[in-house]
Write a protein that binds this ligand. Structure first.
Ligand code: NAP
Ligand code: ZN
Ligand code: ZN
Length: 347
């Protein structure tokens, strides 16, 4: 076993604290990564605080992981010692069901082993995430990262990047499309950058007036204050696609009203509480309301290669591990610009 250290939540209400544990030695098809950076996703906070249902403690969150390969199993083909590697939101799946065969491992019909607060496929070993110095993972669930890029700014692509790239691509965003991004946090700022790179005209809906200059710098053409009803009235029937990244309960109906006929709103934000939706807001205009869960391994690799080619990186605040709890509080106050990333050398 490989001793490692990191930070864990011990219960739903206390701050995260330093935590020492072990990773498995690499099996034949595993690699062990020494983690350099790990992003802080709002899903980490939902989970650390049991907001999505009871969490199994201790829980080491983190699924935006980048680092260097330090050990390889005997049959590993894609990685060698010293290579850069990434790990996203899941570390295993059955590999045989129709969804796995379609490269949608995040939707495995049997079991997706998520990176933390989940079980390995043996059904008894809890998974622990990337707020830690090491992680051992099957090579086929690790991502290749090109050298020569700012590694700390790549980490958030492993969740925020793929979660927004996947629906933007699925709904065929291209030049001339009008895309709205709701909520300018970790996911939202990646959605703006990627939608802009795909050629869309991007509008940000935000509750934070202070984010207007940043929204423009990130690539948005328009900024709309979501607290002002006029922001919706003047854009009725305007958007082809809305990527909604909001992390808590809010009224969805005004957003349906700013969609074009046959337009789609994709919920990626995973508010713990359910929302009400007006049937009329969907019926008049054949609007579509749907969701999207991260992306499969193949699409995640495609997104990393796309972002490398287009030089799309996250805008981050790099923090030492002792600031994780402060970062959680600032994220909850929508004060993150635009992703906190932990420097794994500081555990
Ligand atoms: P984040 O950085 O905290 O960003 C969320 C943003 O939503 C905030 O910055 C804020 O932006 C806005 N917001 C927050 N509370 C709001 C409210 N009550 N009403 C309206 N707007 C509000 O979070 P994140 O890491 O981007 O994650 C966003 C959500 O996506 C979380 O629920 C997370 O669990 C989920 N998620 C889902 C997937 C998936 O696969 N579907 C993957 C990753 C994350 P403004 O200041 O601009 O209003
Ligand atoms: Zn995430
Ligand atoms: Zn499967």
């Amino acid at each position: 076993m490989i001793p490692t250290k990191g930070y864990a939540a011990q219960n739903a209400t206390s701050p995260l604290t330093p935590f020492t544990f072990e990773r498995r030695d690499p099996r034949a098809d595993d690699i062990t990564i020494e983690v350099d950076f790990c992003g802080i996703c709002h899903s980490d906070i939902h989970t650390a605080r049991s907001e999505w249902g009871p969490t199994a403690y201790p829980c080491v969150p983190g699924h935006e992981i980048v680092g260097r390969v330090v050990q390889v199993g005997k049959k590993v083909k894609r990685f060698k010692k010293g290579d850069l590697a990434g790990v996203g939101c899941f570390v295993d799946s059955c590999g045989k069901c129709s969804n796995c065969k379609k490269n949608e491992q995040q939707l495995c019909e049997k079991q997706t082993a998520f990176t933390y607060n989940s079980m390995e496929l043996d059904g008894k070993t809890p998974t622990q995430g990337g707020y830690s110095r090491h992680i051992t993972v099957k090579e086929s669930y690790a991502l290749k990262i090109k050298k020569g890029q700012p590694l700390s700014r790549i980490a958030p692509l492993l969740c925020a990047g793929i979660t927004t790239y996947s629906p933007l691509k699925r709904y065929g965003v291209k030049k001339g499309h009008k895309v709205a991004v709701v909520g300018l946090g970790g996911l939202g700022h990646m959605a703006v950058k990627i939608a802009k790179a795909m050629g869309a005209e991007v509008t940000v809906f935000s509750t934070s007036p202070s984010k207007q200059p940043d929204a423009k710098k990130l690539g948005a053409k328009h900024f709309a204050l979501s607290k002002d009803p006029a922001s919706f009235e003047k854009r009725a029937g305007y958007f082809d696609l809305i990527i909604n990244t909001v992390s808590s309960k809010h009224d969805l109906t005004p957003y349906l009203e700013v969609l074009k006929i046959d337009g789609t709103m994709v919920l990626v934000g995973a508010a713990p509480e359910p929302s009400e939706v007006s049937a009329f807001a969907l019926i008049f205009g054949r609007k579509k309301l749907t969701g999207s869960l991260i992306g499969g391994i193949k699409e995640t690799q495609e997104m990393l290669d796309y972002c490398a080619k287009k030089k799309i990186f996250a805008d981050i605040e790099l923090i030492p591990a002792v600031k994780i709890n402060e970062a959680y509080e600032r994220t909850l106050k929508s004060q993150v610009k635009y992703r906190f990333v932990i420097d794994a050398a500081t555990y």
